[in-house]
Design a protein around this ligand. Structure first.
Ligand SMILES: NC(=O)c1ccc[n+]([C@@H]2O[C@H](COP(=O)([O-])OP(=O)(O)OC[C@H]3O[C@@H](n4cnc5c(N)ncnc54)[C@H](O)[C@@H]3O)[C@@H](O)[C@H]2O)c1
Length: 337
């Protein structure tokens, strides 16, 4: 009995606990799996407003809202927290342009509440889910991190404001952060344990797969952009590669690293038509679709310059070939339910 306790105490001394906000969502649940695979312990803080309870083991889940600072403090008091990975947010650009107050309250004020709890609990490391939307219509592609902030929607602005909060929490409280600006997250866990389930879904690949499964045509927005085939070009990053970037960021902070901002993308873009071809190639089925007009605010091309993350953290994408992205997403879409 005594020996068991000693082994247990020694184990706890070596296992770092990561608090994952938004861990019941798409990227948070996939990153939680990668963290556990890498030997971390994980606690998830999620209010389940847009996530799925079944994606988190009950013993790991704390149902708490970001704006509940005291509730977050209680979670942080349970055990020493090495770092927070902060995914929890609303993510729909269109919704943010109808109800900006929702986005500034949930994403910006919610993050301020989280940072306040972290200061009180003396947790001083955070990896933040930022986005390519901070660049708006970029003046340069591939996009380097040093382009100025130029968001063109309330969602992007809600994330810029958190990046700015983090600067001051570093300067004043010594809180170190890594802001990861994701491009288009896509794909599913290669072992089939987690994938994408947004409601409503707004992302291209799951919408194409759903159109195949239901037979209901989807709309592609615009084929008159200044790109080789006229459709928008995006940088698709496999969710497992994204998760690996978070682990690299945690390691950087645990080693005493300074605050950083990194793009997370592959550096290669695929047009909507190229994605359509990949989906039809991998699934062997036609995607029912119609071509609609452009959507307001869609830049022609968003591709990351991810050389900073590659050079400074030794990260590079492993799973992000477009066919592998579609294969894993298709397997997830066809999982037994
Ligand atoms: N999916 C993408 O392509 C993409 C691209 C760029 C950035 N991001 C960012 O990545 C993060 C995760 O995105 P996702 O696609 O996994 O989203 P998601 O909607 O699947 O997951 C978000 C999770 O956060 C939770 N949540 C939301 N507000 C909360 C609150 N106030 N308190 C507690 N929990 C709350 C939701 O219940 C959900 O489980 C977001 O911050 C998003 O802005 C995503």
């Amino acid at each position: 009995m005594r020996a068991d306790l000693t082994i247990c105490a020694a184990y706890n001394a070596f296992v770092s606990t990561i608090l994952v906000t938004g861990g019941a969502g798409y990227i948070g649940s996939n990153t939680t799996l990668q963290l556990l695979d890498a030997g971390y312990d994980v606690i998830v803080a999620d209010n389940l407003s847009r996530g799925h309870r079944e994606k988190v083991l009950p013993e790991r889940l704390r149902q708490v809202d970001l704006n509940d600072t005291e509730g977050l403090l209680r979670v942080m008091a349970e055990q020493p927290i090495e770092a927070v990975i902060h995914f929890a947010a609303y993510i729909a650009v269109g919704e943010s342009m109808k109800q900006p107050e929702l986005y500034f309250k949930n994403n910006t004020a919610g993050s301020l509440s989280l940072l306040t709890a972290m200061v009180k609990a003396n947790v001083k490391k955070i990896v933040f889910s930022s986005t390519a939307a901070v660049y708006g219509m970029p003046s340069k592609v591939p996009i380097p991190e040093d382009l100025p902030y130029a968001p063109i929607n309330a969602y992007g602005e809600s994330k810029v404001m958190v990046e700015q909060l983090l600067r001051w929490f570093d300067e004043i409280h010594g809180m170190k952060s890594v802001c990861l600006r994701y491009f288009n997250a896509a794909g599913a866990d290669p072992q089939g344990r987690a994938g994408e389930d947004h409601d409503p879904e707004t992302h291209l690949i799951p919408l194409m797969l759903r159109a195949i499964q239901t037979g209901t045509p989807m709309t592609l927005f615009g084929d008159d952009y200044p790109t080789p085939d006229g459709t928008c070009i995006r940088d698709y990053i496999h969710v497992t590669d994204l998760a690996r970037a978070h682990i690299a960021a945690v390691k950087h902070l645990s080693a005493g690293g300074e605050s950083k901002k990194y793009n997370v993308g592959t550096g290669s873009g695929f047009s909507v038509k190229e994605v359509l071809d990949a989906v039809e190639r991998v699934t062997g089925k036609k995607v029912p679709h119609t071509m609609g007009p452009r959507r307001e605010g869609d830049p022609a091309e968003l591709v990351a310059d991810s050389s900073r993350l590659r050079n400074e953290q030794g990260w590079s994408p492993v799973y992000s070939g477009i066919d592998q992205i579609v294969e894993t997403a298709w397997a997830w879409a066809n999982r037994p339910k």
